[in-house]
Design a protein around this ligand. Structure first.
Ligand SMILES: [Ca+2]
Length: 325
């Protein structure tokens, strides 16, 4: 069994990623750690509990982590995710679920030491940077590190060149990439080049509701606000769901393709948060990142839909094939 920690900032697409992960028998989610990002950390904690409660999986522990970026001021993304961080679904808080004393970083320190636990990071990398500060060995023991963040050829989503997670806390992202370089580690960067290909359209959502009303209605509740946002800003009919792709790639490494390169994150100026990918090898430095550039959309959607809707592949193909292209 592959053990994973999901480090996230739920967040609409984080919630979909948690749903995918917990419906995947190949992995055991040993804990969910929350970082300030899309939502402030207390709200992210509450939202994780709402999703776990929906999935009947309140047994999965949730820990609260960093409430602000390493250096810069915290800017939330509630304009994108709604004032409750879950698409203004205003689902009720789950009773009796307090933030535990143990911090996200303490939990990571204990859990990662065994060397057989991976991290799927779906928010800013602040918790991981704090882990580097507090316990470098534990950080270096991460079995596999998959991060939704950054971009290579694709334009940014909160500046012309920067993706939100790394823009929000570029200093932490920088430290994570630099530390991996120093210790011959790797981060798998699931950036906007590939996540922009994953668009949940109204057609897909409609069929999801028909096939599994309970799950479909829940997904509609949390994504509807996001649909409106995408129409207003990007004129996309549907919404880009970034985070589940990182989970899918963890489960099936054939979904994404890319290349290895030395990569750094800019921490100032007009390129703040940009991932500078040395794809041509100018710096003659060893790679510290796998940069994904191609996505097998059909395989992604088949995995996502069969698992969260709990349907067979044949049924999935029959219903959804016409909407996935
Ligand atoms: Ca996220």
């Amino acid at each position: 069994m592959n053990k994973v920690i999901i480090d996230c900032d739920p967040g609409i697409d984080d919630s979909l990623a948690i749903m995918l992960a917990l419906n995947s028998p190949e992995i055991e989610v040993v804990g969910i750690t929350i970082v300030a990002g899309n939502s402030p950390v207390e709200l992210g904690f509450k939202n994780a509990k709402k999703v776990l409660s929906f999935l009947n999986r309140l047994d999965v522990p949730v820990y609260a982590g960093a409430d602000r970026p390493r250096v810069r001021d915290y800017v939330n993304a509630l304009d994108t995710h709604g004032e409750d961080g879950l698409g203004e679904s205003f689902l009720p808080d789950i009773e009796g679920q307090e933030i535990p004393e143990k911090s996200a970083v303490s939990f990571m320190r204990e859990t990662l030491k065994t060397g057989d636990v991976s991290v799927i990071a779906l928010g800013p990398l602040t918790n991981l940077a704090r882990l580097i500060d507090e316990d470098l060995d534990a950080f270096l023991s991460i079995k596999r590190l998959v991060s939704m963040g950054g971009n290579f050829r694709s334009h940014g989503n909160c500046s012309p060149v920067a993706e939100y997670n790394y823009w929000e806390d570029p200093d932490s992202a920088r430290l994570v990439f630099d530390t991996l370089y120093e210790h011959q580690g790797r981060i798998e960067m699931v950036g906007l080049d590939v996540t922009r290909e994953i668009v949940l359209t109204p057609d897909i959502l409609q069929e999801m509701k028909r096939v599994n009303p309970k799950v479909g209605d829940f997904v509609e509740k949390i994504t509807w606000f996001y649909f409106k946002f995408h129409w207003e800003w990007e004129h996309i009919r549907g919404c880009v769901i970034n985070d589940p792709l990182a989970v899918a790639q963890f489960l099936n490494p054939a979904i994404l393709n890319g290349f290895e390169a030395f990569t750094q994150v800019e921490t100032g100026g007009i390129s703040l948060g940009q991932t500078v990918v040395d794809s041509m090898g100018f710096y003659r430095k060893e790679s510290n990142a796998i940069i994904y550039t191609d996505v097998d959309k059909t395989t992604f959607w088949e995995m996502f839909l069969t698992r969260i809707l709990e349907i067979e592949l044949a049924q999935c193909k029959e219903i959804f094939a016409k909407y996935i292209y």
